[in-house]
Design a protein around this ligand. Structure first.
Ligand SMILES: C[S@@+](CC[C@H](N)C(=O)[O-])C[C@H]1O[C@@H](n2cnc3c(N)ncnc32)[C@H](O)[C@@H]1O
Length: 216
């Protein structure tokens, strides 16, 4: 499995710092004075847990991170042992294998863009099923204005905004989010430009969407 190989080779691929989505989530919850409760938070496609730890350091929450990569989960679990953070758990499972548990927050940073058409559909259903009434979804995904990857590689037949270069990538538009996440009351939807450091010394320039939606 290719993500597992990437983690085997590079470990903490995006370094120790949190993603743009994790920073946006903490900012949103604090601004809306929703940072008082003890949230249950599901981080889908959590990788080696950089966001799970940041969210747990900045919010009162119990976090479950899931990822299909066993290597990513091994790195994350080693950090749990080292830091003795008993409010964070990780499991090596796909979102399609989630049980019936409900969460106050479903969080997914840079996962949606790597999912094929049918998987994106399955992701939305999984997120919907995992959210409590009034729960919040925090999601980031590459924009069609992403300068690093958009239009590179082979265009996927029948999908205007999906390309396969090293990996399959899907790029999102506002219209697509409004249509596909219509089951949520969208609180915020904006594009963000940022640079992303890589463990191999490269710096990537990205434009991503940040979506914050509430179960209505
Ligand atoms: C681009 S990485 C982002 C990792 C992490 N969210 C971060 O920002 O550090 C995408 C992650 O999604 C995971 N993933 C892919 N398909 C998945 C699935 N069906 N269920 C759970 N995780 C998945 C991959 O293994 C990978 O770790």
């Amino acid at each position: 499995m290719s993500w597992n190989r990437d983690y085997e080779k590079s470990g903490r691929i995006w370094g120790e710092n949190p993603s743009e989505l994790a920073k946006a989530a903490v900012q949103y919850l604090k601004k809306n004075k929703k940072d008082k409760e003890n949230y249950t938070l599901l981080d889908i496609g959590c990788g080696y847990g950089r966001d799970a730890f940041y969210l747990s350091d900045n919010l009162k929450c119990d976090v479950l991170g899931i990822d299909v990569s066993e290597k990513a989960i091994e790195i994350a679990m080693n950090t749990v042992i080292k830091t003795k953070k008993h409010n964070i758990m990780f499991q090596s499972i796909a979102f399609s294998s989630l049980g019936g548990d409900k969460y106050d927050i479903v969080f997914a940073s840079n996962v949606y863009q790597i999912l094929h058409l049918q998987e994106r559909d399955a992701f939305r259903n999984a997120a919907k099923k995992a959210l409590r009434p009034e729960g919040l979804l925090f999601l980031s995904a590459l924009s069609t204005r992403d300068p690093e990857h958009y239009g590179k590689g082979e265009q996927i037949a029948g999908e205007t905004n999906s390309f396969k270069d090293e990996k399959y990538l899907h790029f999102c538009t506002r219209e697509e989010f409004m249509q596909d996440f219509g089951f949520l009351d969208i609180q915020e939807l904006y594009e963000q430009q940022y640079t992303e450091p890589r463990s191999n010394g490269e710096t990537h320039h990205h434009v991503s969407w940040i979506l914050i939606g509430a179960v209505s």
